[in-house]
Design a protein around this ligand. Structure first.
Ligand code: SAM
Length: 222
């Protein structure tokens, strides 16, 4: 296989580190994970550009900088149990798996989940569990989580996800009144029934579709 480590280092230096991500664990994880394995056929030339790329099912692999930014917001630690909603290509889960103890990742499209599972297996990343389903309901049997990272934008922070945070746990989620236009929120569980919220600015993610997200036709979920 072609050695792309130089391109990967360049991506991390220029698009991630110089733009303000300084957490060494994130930078090191992004230098390790071969992003070229996670892009769709036909896009092999572009894995180290700073942009989202199309994947199957009309979805996207997120821009490297935003992956790093969300992981930094989630303040991941070595012993953490992390839930990701929106596996997509599997790239962000792979990066997080190099930092924490275990990553649980849920994807609503079975084909994407299966492809990601195969990629993790081929790379020997054995601390990632993949499930097909509606991630707005979380993963109750693996809760509580130290961090939950949602890679799609919903109308609000799903209650199920807030309730599956450990006390001190962080939920990072794009939230907005329109399915494609959101603010990046960090919700921290400060006590048994108390939460604090911080706003990290405007973003554009694909919609979070599910029981506590948007319905398939794009208007607000009841
Ligand atoms: N983290 C991904 C990566 O590194 O490639 C990018 C994810 S993409 C921006 C968002 C993903 O969220 C899509 O694959 C979409 O199918 C998925 N998604 C949307 N709503 C979901 C839900 N309720 N449960 C699980 N996955 C969902």
């Amino acid at each position: 296989m072609l050695d792309l480590s130089h391109a990967r280092d360049r991506m991390v230096d220029i698009h991630v580190s110089r733009r303000g991500i300084h957490d060494r664990n994130i930078l090191e994880a992004m230098r390790q994970v071969p992003r070229e394995v996670f892009v769709a056929p036909g896009y092999e030339e572009f894995p180290y550009e700073d942009g989202p790329l199309p994947i199957a099912e009309g979805q996207t692999i997120s821009q490297p900088y935003i992956v790093a930014f969300m992981i930094e917001m989630a303040e991941l630690g070595a012993g953490d149990q992390v839930l990701e909603v929106g596996t997509g290509s599997g790239y962000a889960a792979a990066v997080m798996s190099r930092i924490v103890e275990r990553v649980y990742t849920i994807e609503r499209h079975a084909g994407l989940a299966e492809t990601a599972r195969q990629r993790f297996e081929e790379l020997g990343y054995d601390n990632i569990e993949v499930r097909t389903g509606d991630g707005t309901k979380g993963w109750p049997d693996a809760a509580p989580f130290d961090a939950i990272v949602v890679a799609a934008g919903g109308p609000g922070a799903p209650l199920a996800l807030q309730e599956q945070l450990d006390v001190g746990g962080r939920l990072v989620i794009p939230v907005g009144d329109e399915p494609h236009d959101q603010r990046l929120l960090k919700v921290t569980r400060t006590g048994a029934a108390t939460y604090s919220e911080e706003d990290f600015g405007g973003v554009r993610f694909v919609p979070l579709i599910g029981e506590q997200g948007w319905p398939e036709n794009g208007s607000r979920s009841k």
